[in-house]
Write a protein that binds this ligand. Structure first.
Ligand code: NDP
Length: 324
């Protein structure tokens, strides 16, 4: 029975920079926000080392430390932070229904989605098998790099994440082979320069992975130069993948407009989705900038828009009551 269900004004899904910023604004606006963190509280920044481009941290800060600060600030204003995942939603009417951990239904007048994005994989059978077996395939150098101290590793990708992770691994490992599928990198110039100036990083241009080698643990990778079709084997014990991310929006596909890659579509210069009272922020809706600071910005926008939505709803309800 819906009368017995918990009913909140503002429900925030996800705990990256977008979610925490939304929480800070919503809590300060007395919306008593409830946040469900997702499995990886803090989001992608928990896997990051130095964050050098978030304004306010003149000397840079470690990603997890920054997220701890975000969390403390959201808690300071009374955000109710709960560890768990939203497993399904029903956005057919207000209040919206959200099921947490497949068992608890919560009703919410407004919902702020800040579910972020997750690492993409190459999709090779050998890669997935060794990843699932904990056999040396990883998408997080910061989490797993330590296991490959003084060893040789591969990192796949040519974006800022791959560059950042290659630099991190280069400090720990004997040699880092970076596989870039084109003859140029997508990473920012400054990151490219750092990679190029690091003696124990070898870039393999125009190179793709054919197979990760090894039965119980990685022993190497068969790679192919896509210009010459020449195949070769690189001996390594660790295989890192850093080829971008996929937005975590699958649970919304029956309700919300999204593009072909799954990024939520918002209206004009707002965080409004196609469903009234549901707002989308951060990497779940931004495929262009994908920065912590832009995620925080859209988290702020979502909370302000949720507040205005609730004020308008309350005003309309009070008008109805005064007429009747
Ligand atoms: P990107 O989408 O920017 O880069 C993905 C990289 O992986 C590209 O080089 C791409 O190649 C390659 N790639 C994609 N699919 C495959 C495949 N199947 N096989 C081989 N290679 C593949 O993702 P990132 O995660 O690097 O960055 C995401 C965003 O986050 C960016 O905006 C980035 O600037 C930002 N970021 C910023 C950081 C910072 O400022 N400190 C740190 C990390 C990320 P191709 O170019 O050919 O498509």
């Amino acid at each position: 029975m819906s009368e017995n269900l918990e009913h909140v004004k503002c429900f925030i899904i996800g705990s990256g920079p977008a979610g925490y910023t939304a929480a800070i604004y919503a809590a300060r606006a007395a919306l008593n926000p409830v946040m469900v963190t997702g499995l990886q509280w803090g989001g992608q920044l928990m896997d990051t080392t130095d964050v050098e481009n978030y304004p306010g941290y003149a000397d840079g800060i470690m990603g997890p430390e920054m997220m701890e600060d975000f969390k403390k600030q959201a808690e300071r204003f009374g955000t109710d932070i709960r560890f768990g995942i939203v497993t399904s939603v029903d956005f057919s009417e207000i209040p919206h229904k959200l099921v947490v951990d497949e068992k608890t239904t919560v009703l919410a007048d407004t919902v702020i989605i800040s579910t972020g994005a997750s690492a993409k994989w190459l999709g090779l059978e050998s890669e997935i098998r060794l990843r699932d077996a904990g056999g040396g395939v990883s998408a997080c150098a910061v989490c797993d790099g330590f296991f490959y101290k003084n060893q040789d590793v591969i990192i796949v990708g040519g974006g800022d994440t791959a560059a950042e992770e290659a630099l991190y691994l280069a400090k720990l490992c004997n040699k880092v082979h970076m596989l870039v599928r084109r003859d140029e990198m997508r990473a920012s110039k400054i990151m490219q320069e750092r990679v190029l100036q690091t003696p124990n990083i070898q870039i393999h241009w125009n190179t793709e992975t054919v197979e990760v080698l090894g039965d119980e643990g990685v022993v190497g990778a068969k790679v192919k130069n896509n210009k010459t079709n020449e195949e070769s084997v690189i001996d390594v014990t660790g295989f890192f993948v850093a080829i971008g991310h996929k937005p975590n929006t699958d649970i919304f596909k029956d309700w919300l407009d999204m593009d072909s890659e799954g990024y939520l579509i918002t209206k004009g210069d707002s965080t409004e989705t196609n469903v009234a009272g549901v707002f989308a922020s951060g990497d779940a809706q931004d495929k262009l900038y994908r920065q912590a600071v832009t995620a925080a910005g859209t988290g702020c926008m979502a909370a302000l828009e949720a507040e205005r939505f609730l004020a308008h709803k309350e005003f309309m309800e009070s008008q109805k009551e005064s007429v009747s």
